[in-house]
Design a protein. Structure first.
Length: 163
């Protein structure tokens, strides 16, 4: 799904839960932070996505695609911000492979958005919402080992399977 579809799903959900205005932007430069650092919080979540090599057009699924969210609420402006980084993977067959963007299904984007909304409610609004269990949907067969050398999150040292 496109970045606009991510934003639309996010805006629809924030309007359901908050009176404050929230925005979502994509930032491939955000890194891990300490919780509450400069008023920003962090949430890291794994999900299922597909990748397609821009060179050989090979496609592969991965159930270990990390998404990192940074979020904050500026109370004085009634405005919240969420920054998102979707970690990429590269093709294992191509010698000159580049990191490819993950393609998430609409259902898995909704799961990710629901999870970040929960974290916002807990951290920014001090709501006690209990534990909500909602998981990513897997499509197709996903067998084989996690290939750390081709995972951007592993190369950055934040992938749970890369440690």
């Amino acid at each position: 799904m496109s970045l606009d579809q991510w934003r639309n799903i996010f805006l629809e959900k924030t309007r359901e839960h908050f009176q404050d205005q929230w925005s979502l932007t994509f930032d491939d430069n955000i890194e891990e932070i300490q919780q509450g650092s400069g008023g920003w919080y962090q949430y890291i979540r794994g999900s299922f996505a597909r990748f397609t090599c821009s060179l050989c057009k090979r496609s592969w699924p991965s159930k270990k695609v990390l998404v990192i969210f940074h979020f904050t609420l500026f109370h004085e402006r009634s405005e919240g911000k969420v920054k998102v980084r979707r970690y990429r993977q590269k093709c294992r067959r191509c010698l000159q492979a580049q990191m490819e963007e993950p393609l998430f299904t609409g259902e898995n984007i909704k799961v990710l958005v629901d999870k970040i909304i929960e974290k916002i409610r807990m951290r920014c609004y001090n709501e006690n919402i209990g534990k909500q269990n909602r998981f990513s949907q897997f499509h197709g067969r996903v067998n084989g080992p996690h290939e750390r050398a081709h995972c951007e999150a592993c190369l950055k040292g934040i992938c749970r399977d890369g440690k």
